[in-house]
Design a protein around this ligand. Structure first.
Ligand code: OGA
Ligand code: MN
Length: 203
């Protein structure tokens, strides 16, 4: 975790392999697949509030929001790790991160998410994006890499491609780093979420 925090300090983004072990990760991926089979997922929207709408030209993933206070055992294990990360981030950067909101995401074959920032226009609540990938046996050629432009605020220059392998965690400053999900050639699963600041309205 120290390595992750140091990299965030230096670059504003970081990845960590093996955030969960294979067994813990598999349990989450099974829960994700089962919830999908049970029809609990919805097409993801773009925007927020009244302007939230499905737009398949921009994103084609399906999501299931995690419900605060109703975490399954397998979710809780991951949430406990995130809590450790949240506290460490606050201690190091005085970010005032207050809570986590997140969802399972499934990208069916062919799905993508075009270049975007994660902070909604005119809001500050989403400070840090945190994504855990849940694809065991992911192979080069399966697609669905996260393309992350590594110059703060820039979506033209240098970028990295992050493979969505089981147990890989990626973090970046939600308002600063442009990113996109390249077309998945195979079903692609993750838990995507955000550490938030307390919002001005509800604070
Ligand atoms: C998102 C997103 C990236 C990924 O859901 O906002 O950018 O790699 N996800 O799943
Ligand atoms: Mn995003």
């Amino acid at each position: 975790m120290t390595g992750l925090i140091n990299a965030l300090d230096q670059f504003g983004w970081a990845t960590m392999d093996g955030c969960l072990n294979e067994n813990e990760g598999l349990r989450l991926s099974l829960e994700c697949e089962n919830a999908c089979l049970n029809g609990q997922f919805r097409k993801a929207g773009v925007g927020r509030g009244a302007s939230l709408a499905v737009n398949e030209a921009i994103r084609r993933d399906h999501v299931l929001w995690l419900v605060p206070g109703e975490a399954s055992q397998e979710q809780q294990l991951y949430l406990d790790k995130l809590e450790g990360l949240r506290l460490a981030l606050n201690q190091r950067f005085f970010l005032g991160l207050f809570e986590f909101e997140g969802h399972y995401a499934i990208y069916p074959e062919g799905a993508f998410y075009k270049a975007h920032l994660d902070r909604h226009a005119g809001t500050r609540e989403r400070v840090m994006t945190v994504i855990l990938y849940l694809n065991s046996n992911w192979q080069p050629g399966d697609g669905g890499e996260l393309k992350l432009w590594t110059n703060n605020g820039d979506k033209t220059g240098a970028f990295v491609l992050i493979e969505p392998r089981m147990g890989t965690l990626v973090c970046f400053l939600a308002g600063d780093f442009w990113h996109e999900v390249l077309p998945a050639h195979k079903k692609r699963m993750s838990i995507t979420g955000w550490f938030r600041e307390r919002s001005a309205q509800t604070g």
